[in-house]
Design a protein around this ligand. Structure first.
Ligand SMILES: [Cu+2]
Length: 152
């Protein structure tokens, strides 16, 4: 009788220990998983989600626009998606970039490491200067300029 009580207690203690170590392992796995998730998202930024229609991606960094020439067709709606490759730690412009064309009254700003879009339908052929006036000397900087060519 006494013997069996002792062994039941021992069993209960072992069970408690097992539950504790299981909880510990679950917490460790959870913390590691979370850390892995944050490390992964810090180093591998997924590409922006695709948009419907005629979308032209333009990215901007302190080095300038990745495209200096964009060709579109007159009468066809087009979406320009501007993505800033810079983070908010940049002292010059805070990582924001702009994409603007004065003649077409187009003006948008992409937040640091973010995207912005503008959709328009060009009505006239011609070539138009687009620029960013936020960083690196603004629109006077040749790398922060490009040409939108509207073809007939
Ligand atoms: Cu810029």
């Amino acid at each position: 009788m006494k013997q069996s009580t002792r062994s039941t207690r021992k069993e209960a203690r072992l069970k408690k220990q097992r539950i504790r170590s299981t909880i510990f392992i679950v917490i460790v796995i959870g913390v590691l998983g979370l850390a892995g998730f944050y490390i992964k998202s810090a180093f591998f930024r997924p590409p922006p989600a695709p948009l419907a229609g005629n979308v032209i991606d333009v990215s901007a960094s302190m080095g300038g626009f990745d495209k200096t020439e964009i060709r579109v067709k007159v009468g066809q709606p087009v979406t320009i998606r501007l993505t800033s490759m810079d983070n908010s730690a940049h002292t010059d412009g805070g990582g924001k970039h702009q994409w603007a064309i004065d003649e077409l009254a187009l003006d948008m700003v992409a937040q640091p490491e973010g995207s912005n879009t503008v959709t328009f339908t060009p009505t006239k052929t011609g070539s138009y200067n687009y620029y960013c006036n936020i960083c690196c000397g603004g629109r006077a900087n040749p790398s922060m300029n490009g040409t939108l060519i509207v073809e007939g």
